[in-house]
Design a protein around this ligand. Sequence first.
Ligand SMILES: [Zn+2]
Ligand SMILES: [Zn+2]
Length: 131
Amino acid sequence: MKKGSCLCGKTKYQITGEIGDIVHCHCTTCRKAHGSAFSSVAVVHDADFQLESDLLNSFESSAGKFRYFCSGCGTQIYAKREGSAHIILRLGSMDDHPDAVEKSHIWVSQKASWYTLNQNLPEFSEFETDS
Ligand SMILES: [Zn+2]
Ligand SMILES: [Zn+2]
């Protein structure tokens, strides 16, 4: 079993089954919804996803596709298409390691112009000030 939660802690979930391959989505709606360069997501079957929340809200970002988020803190939790038997989990909300593998970058045609794929940038383990 793997766990996830929102920033304020009032939305929690458990996953009892398999988490699908990880996809990094660069579409404009993901960028807006997450306020970031891209959104990392994976499919989880409905039966394997148990949600506990009093504060979940949703936004229909395209016809029949709803993005669910915690209305207490704004954390994106999952998206779902009407009639589908799975959710599209937002991996940034996970507390545990998903035990899934990265598969692809999608919607690169809508990628942020200021983000470069496969760029070798310096890495710091924590915040790095200009000094
Ligand atoms: Zn929250
Ligand atoms: Zn997207």
